[in-house]
Design a protein around this ligand. Structure first.
Ligand SMILES: [Zn+2]
Length: 421
């Protein structure tokens, strides 16, 4: 019998990673004669939800087994042994779903909602009750939501990530890597791999910080290039590696304007509008401005970590027609990408006095302009060209600021891309 096993919420800020736990479970299953089929899948859920786990990623994989019991037992003992059960916010959940089109179609809608919206524990339990899905829960069992979503991920658009894991005795120690080798791998395999490094900000972005088992993750569009790129990397010893199919770099979290009925916090959108006033920079280097949208006025932000992306934002002026991509939190849209549809290139001014050269004053509505000193009069405003330092097209945050789910411009089939690499 073919079964999808989905799991989530096994990690904590102190360690572990659901992808690693899934790899351990797959190994144990194979030892017991259970066949694991195809790539495991890593699905990133709604990045804005307040109770998310660290990477907010859930994992699923397909197995072929004569017996459900044995599979449940093995996964249970792996979770008991390796998940961060002592941490109060770690509430693992595992589901075992028959490879049945009816169930999977329903779960694919559930998955889309878990990425774009907020899904409650009750909704997850309803799915489990409706399809009689065998499952395991630990403590509050919140992980059931991500577990079901990871099984339902359809992968209309998907990318790959190769995750390399550390020797267990190295967990928590500083990661030993040769940074140059990561830049070299990017040089050779970009754009089939991306977000390995950030050249402008001089950072290796494919190596996490913190106590989890991941040594590095190489993202890309094809298995072969990712594998070749990883062969170049010089690092401490790699203990295990696994290639995942993921919804990373797909913009799956963004709700298109025409599908949105209102704007709500903890949701992510693509919205178009006109810039209301010139952006302002506040202390700490955060940039803010408002746009008009079909839902009303919307505050947008490019925070300090978005680095050189802010240099584009600060050059916007009142009247520019743009499209914004990002997540709404505290009634502010955190920008991930920007399309400049059209820039204002002309500005109306009061005419200059032909005698003294100063700007003339308006004497009121439908009245001519006057210079008080010289008593000159002019009828109409003058239109002058303004020089712009930016141009129409797409802009994005640099790799150091990229979210797991954000689609890098290098993956987008659009004209006039301004890529920060
Ligand atoms: Zn004058």
């Amino acid at each position: 019998m073919k079964l999808w096993i989905g799991m989530d919420d096994t990690d904590s800020p102190n360690g572990m990673c659901t992808t690693y736990l899934a790899v351990l479970a797959m190994e144990e299953l194979q030892k017991a004669g259970v066949e694991v089929i195809g790539f495991p899948r890593l699905i990133r859920l709604n990045p804005t939800i307040p109770y998310k786990t660290r990477g907010n990623g859930a994992v699923s994989f397909l197995v072929d087994t004569p017996e459900l019991e044995i599979v449940m037992e093995i996964v249970d003992s792996t979770i008991q042994e390796f998940s961060e059960l002592d941490h109060e916010d770690t509430n693992p959940g595992v589901v075992f779903v028959r490879n049945d089109d009816d169930i999977l179609n329903t779960l694919s809608r559930f998955a889309l909602r878990a990425v774009r919206d907020l899904v409650s524990m009750d909704e997850a339990l309803f799915m489990i009750g409706r399809f009689m899905i065998p499952h395991l829960t630990y403590k509050k069992g919140r992980g059931l939501i991500g577990a079901l979503a990871s099984v339902g991920f359809e992968g209309e658009d998907f990318t790959y990530e190769l995750l390399a894991y550390r020797k267990p005795e190295r967990f928590g120690e500083e990661r030993e890597i040769n940074e140059e080798s990561f830049f070299r791998a990017d040089e050779l395999y970009y754009p089939k791999t991306w977000d390995t490094v950030d050249w402008h900000n001089k950072a290796v972005v494919s190596v996490p910080n913190g106590p989890d088992p991941v040594l590095y993750g190489i993202r890309g569009s094809d298995f072969y290039s990712i594998n070749k790129a990883s062969e170049i990397l010089k690092t401490e010893e790699v203990d295990r590696r696994m290639m995942f199919i993921t919804n990373q770099s797909t913009d799956m979290h963004l709700i298109p304007e025409k599908e949105a009925r209102e704007l709500r916090n903890f949701h992510s959108y693509i919205l178009s509008g006109l810039v209301v006033e010139n952006p302002t920079v506040i202390r700490g280097g955060h940039v803010f401005f408002n746009i008009t949208t079909k839902f009303g006025m919307l505050k947008c932000a490019a925070f300090e970590p978005t680095k050189q992306f802010r240099d584009v934002i600060t050059k916007l002026v009142k009247g520019d027609h743009i499209r914004v991509f990002g997540s709404l939190k505290k009634d502010t849209l955190n920008l991930e990408k920007l399309e400049i549809i059209s820039l204002v290139r002309e500005k109306e001014y009061n005419p200059r006095c032909p005698v003294c050269g100063k700007r003339m004053e308006s004497a009121g509505k439908n009245q001519p302009f006057r210079c008080r000193t010289c008593k000159t009069i002019a009828k109409e405003k003058v239109v002058e060209k303004i020089e712009r330092e930016i141009e129409e097209g797409f802009y994005e945050v640099p790799p150091v600021a990229r979210r797991h789910l954000s689609k890098p411009l290098v993956r987008m089939n659009v004209p006039k891309k301004h890529i920060f690499r």
